[in-house]
Design a protein around this ligand. Sequence first.
Ligand SMILES: Cc1cc2nc3c(=O)[nH]c(=O)nc-3n(C[C@H](O)[C@H](O)[C@H](O)COP(=O)(O)OP(=O)(O)OC[C@H]3O[C@@H](n4cnc5c(N)ncnc54)[C@H](O)[C@@H]3O)c2cc1C
Length: 266
Amino acid sequence: MSSYPRLMPAEPRMFTAQVVRTERISPSFQRVTIASAELAEFDWRGLDHWFRLFFPLAPDAGFRLPAVEGRLWWKSYLAIPDEQRPHCSNYTVAGYRRLGDHAELDIDVVLHWHDDRLTGVAAWSVAARPGGPVAILDQGVLFDPPRDTTGYLLVADESGLPAIRGILRDLPPDAVGTAIIEVPASGDVTGVQAPDGVTVHWVPRDETGELVGARALRALEEVATPAASSYAFVVGESSLATQGRRTLHQAGLPKERITFSGFWKA
Ligand SMILES: Cc1cc2nc3c(=O)[nH]c(=O)nc-3n(C[C@H](O)[C@H](O)[C@H](O)COP(=O)(O)OP(=O)(O)OC[C@H]3O[C@@H](n4cnc5c(N)ncnc54)[C@H](O)[C@@H]3O)c2cc1C
C-alpha cells in the first residue's frame, strides 16, 4: 500500500461525521452511511478512493483523534492512552453524495465471523446507531494505470469489491479488460456498472471451504495472457495480492504495470 504514495494527498485531511444508518445489503456486507457538513468538503476522486476509518471502541471512551501533520499521524495515534484510542482500519468510499450543505458517504463492510462472532469493524458496522461518532482520514486512490494502458485486469476478494466496483464505474466507456471478483456467497453477487468491453467474472466460494482467494487465483490463471501494455490491479487477502502479482508477472506483465495490495491477512 505504502509503495503507491503517488496519489495520496500530501496533506491528508481528517473529517468527522456521524452514523446516519446501517443496513445489510447482501449476506456478507453491511453498509454504514455516515454524514456531516465537513464531509461536503471531501475531495472525492471516485475509483478506489480509500480512507482510514476511526470510531470509539466503547460508548463511554470519548472520541480522541490523532493530530495530523502532513502525512504524519501514526505516532500521535499511538500516543493516545489505550482506553481512549479509537479503532482504526482502512476502508473504501463505496458511495458519496453531496446533499446541499452536507454530504453522505457509504462504507461497505465485509462481515467476517470468527467462532460465530463478529469482531472489529464488522461488529461496529452492525451495532452502529444514528448519531454515532466517526472520523475518516483521506488517503486518495491506489489505482494508477500508465497512460499507454490498452487493457485492464482487476482482481479482488470481497474486501476489494468496493474498490473494484468504483474502478469499473469510473473507467473510460471504451475501456476493455477483465474483472475477477471473489465473494463469500452467490447472494453477494450484485449488478455492477462497467464499460461494455470489460467482462466481469464473479467467483462465489459458497461454502466450498476453499481458502479466500483460491478461486480468484484459479480464474486469473484461466484468463488469456495479458498484453504487455495491460495494467493490473490485484487486491484482497495478502496471498491473493502477492500470488496474483506473481502469476501476472510470470505471464509477461511488467511489475511496474501491476498495483497490488494486501487488504488483510488470513
Ligand atoms: C486500501 C484498503 C481498502 C479497504 N477497503 C475495504 C472495504 O471497503 N471494505 C472492507 O470490508 N474491507 C476493506 N479493507 C480491508 C479491511 O481494512 C480489513 O479487512 C481490516 O482488517 C478490517 O479491520 P478489523 O479491525 O475489522 O479486523 P482486524 O482487527 O484487522 O482483524 C481481525 C480478524 O479478522 C480477520 N479479517 C480481517 N478482515 C477480514 C476479511 N475481510 N475477511 C475475513 N477475515 C478478516 C483477520 O485476519 C483477523 O483474524 C480495505 C483495506 C485496504 C488496505
